[in-house]
Design a protein around this ligand. Structure first.
Ligand code: SF4
Length: 624
């Protein structure tokens, strides 16, 4: 694009901005934004989050990649997000291609587009971004001049539903892998080779999956057969990429000019979890546990607060109270946060690792607010089946301690639709919640508040429950009605996920490569922002299944055979299928599997990553 064309495009963009809501979403210009001279770098990379800026801006994964890639002098990394409905209409009407925030260059001008797909309900937005960027939707239709489309994030541990739209996936942690992708791309440009040769070189990078190098076939009963590699570079399985230790914390914190969903300094204190909850995808695919040194956390938080002026910090991990030095960390933080009058949010404290010293520390930092606990099931029996072995007594002791330490409100997370769940288990959620509120009233009186959040269990890939079925939506609705009745008159606030939205997530997370046709048709039918209840429309998806001639129930209502090939079997998430099979069988007997920090069960991580582990600083992994 010539400078003249570029300037003309910028002028056209400026003409439509006043016509849309919150134009600040599209202009960039934030404090700490990185602007580089387009001609001075070898690789132009666009980092894309397929939802609006307000949500995507706070995505830590993308912020880390932006920071890391821009530290290289030969790379320029810029950002783009999904335009909201009004901006999409304005772009289409004015025939303006989707552009990046920093330079306002069309995404089609970039060499590489890295798309973050943390959850499946972003898939139609991803297709919409390709279309608005005037880039062919299907990978097979792209030529040498088109950008390379790379996707990563938690949802691509089953990459098949979006495989035809993506040139290559980064399975696992992207920090080092994306730098390797840049190096391979630069070598390809210098070698003046074809796009096909680029894809082969990419497949040679550990953790990179190039779907076009694999053939997928199906058995007469419709189940997938093991994939067939079409090239030597196409390894089976593709083993996820992980880092020996956590990546360096952010050095530059982007400060938005418009209001975003999370206005706080986020720091990842630990990656991975070994509690082994059988429904938990994140807990299985993010192993092993790696902790960030305490001093590094404090340093990064200081830098973040200095750079942003934010009034809140968040310590991120899957189970922060399992962080080995959680009490000394909170102690060290107290001085830093009190002198700056900054609040702390500590998501995911586990009931099992609660301690009085931790409560005492937290009490000094943010008393009076709310506390979140996740028992996930109403009875001890079902909690053992899902491997969240918390006794009612332990739960009540934790609740008592929270109210006694000055907190007035508790949020409880439950799931319905678990394998082997009975209506008695569901009714127990209401009874348990009422008992907890009663206890709260006994300790803090009428100030006691209880909020119950109910989500629907989805049997996710790479978990022990991947063979289970998704509960019928009628059954889910009956269980929700039972909970409403059970909590009626109790002053307990209950919120719940729309069962239809959970059904969509179940289809998309358990799909095989044929699901791509469903996604394509749904997008053509107008599906966008499926993660937003006001935009989600299940009928567009049911229509899409018909158009794709696929039976939706095949993906949710059919119990899978333990030995059948699964659509994601050629992706190694580090935890072996044999380990998951054993654990599934244990769940059928209600047998629990205690945290493996004390006693390793050889899930597969150590054997697949034994060499990498040796490079981890002072035994950084929490595998015994
Ligand atoms: S290797 Fe052992 S200790 Fe490490 S995550 Fe797996 S089961 Fe747990």
């Amino acid at each position: 694009m010539t400078d003249f064309q570029h300037n003309h495009l910028r002028q056209r963009i400026e003409r439509i901005l006043p016509t849309v809501v919150k134009p600040g979403r599209y202009v960039g210009g934030e404090l700490n934004q990185v602007i580089k001279d387009w001609e001075s770098v070898r690789t132009h990379l666009a980092l894309v989050f397929p939802d609006i800026y307000d949500l995507g801006h706070s995505n830590l994964g993308l912020a880390i990649l932006y920071d890391l890639l821009n530290q290289r002098s030969d790379v320029l990394a810029e950002r783009a997000y999904s335009p909201w409905i009004d901006m999409e209409a304005a772009l289409r009407e004015a025939d303006i291609p989707l552009f990046s925030l920093e330079s306002k260059r069309p995404l089609s001008e970039f060499d590489i587009i890295g798309v973050s797909l943390p959850y499946e309900t972003l898939f139609t937005n991803f297709l919409n971004i390709l279309d608005l960027s005037q880039i062919p939707i299907f990978s097979k239709d792209r030529g040498d001049h088109h950008p390379l489309i790379i996707a990563g994030g938690q949802s691509v541990y089953n990459p098949e539903p979006v495989a035809p739209f993506v040139d290559a996936f980064v399975i696992g942690e992207g920090e080092e892998a994306m730098l390797d992708v840049v190096d391979v791309h630069q070598a390809w440009v210098s070698a003046n080779q074809t796009r096909g040769e680029l894809l082969i070189h990419l497949a040679e990078i550990p953790g990179v999956y190039v779907p076009s190098l694999y053939q997928v076939d199906y058995a007469p009963d419709g189940t997938p057969l093991p994939v067939t590699p079409l090239h030597l570079a196409a390894s089976v399985p593709v083993t996820k990429r992980i880092m020996a230790e956590l990546p360096q914390p952010l050095t530059k914190f982007l400060v938005p000019n418009v209001e975003v969903v999370q206005e706080r300094v986020n720091i990842e204190i630990m990656r991975g979890c070994t509690r082994g909850c059988r429904f938990c995808h994140a807990g299985m695919v993010n192993r092993p546990i790696r902790e960030r040194p305490l001093e590094e956390i404090l340093e990064s938080l200081r830098a973040g607060l200095d750079q942003t002026g934010y009034e809140e910090v968040s310590l991120l991990s899957l189970s922060s109270s399992d962080y080995t030095e959680i009490v000394p960390l909170i102690e060290s933080l107290r001085e830093l946060l009190c002198e700056r009058q900054v609040n702390i949010s500590l998501p995911s404290l586990r009931i099992e690792s609660f301690s009085e010293p931790l409560m005492d520390q937290l009490q000094t930092l943010s008393p009076g607010g709310g506390f979140t606990l996740a028992p996930e099931a109403g009875t001890e029996r079902l909690r053992n089946i899902i491997n969240k072995p918390i006794s009612d007594q332990e739960l009540m002791e934790t609740v008592r301690s929270i109210f006694e330490h000055g907190w007035n409100s508790i949020k409880l997370y439950f799931m319905i639709g678990h394998p082997q769940e009975t209506m008695e288990d569901v009714a127990a959620i209401a009874e348990l919640s009422k008992t907890i509120l009663q206890e709260g009233k006994r300790i803090v009186g009428g100030r006691a508040r209880l909020h119950v959040g109910v989500s629907t269990f989805i049997p996710k890939p790479h978990t022990p429950f991947q063979w289970a079925t998704f509960d019928h939506t009628q059954s889910i609705e009956a269980k929700l009605a039972l909970l409403h009745d059970g909590l009626h008159g109790s002053k307990i606030k209950m919120t719940w996920n729309d069962p239809q939205a959970s059904l969509l997530e179940a289809w998309l997370s358990r799909g095989d490569r044929r699901m791509a046709n469903v996604i394509y048709h749904a997008w053509q039918n107008g599906a966008r922002f499926d993660a937003w209840s006001e935009h989600f429309n299940i009928d567009l998806w049911r229509q899409a299944f018909e158009q794709a001639q696929l039976d939706p129930d095949f993906y949710t209502k059919r119990a899978k055979d333990l030995d059948e090939t699964l659509p994601w079997d050629h992706i190694n998430a580090g935890v072996r299928k044999s380990f998951l099979q054993r654990d599934y069988k244990w769940s059928l007997e209600g047998q629990i599997r205690p945290d493996c920090r004390q006693n390793c069960y050889a899930c597969g991580i150590l054997s697949d990553f034994s060499e990498l582990r040796l490079t981890a600083p002072n035994g950084g992994w929490k595998c015994p």
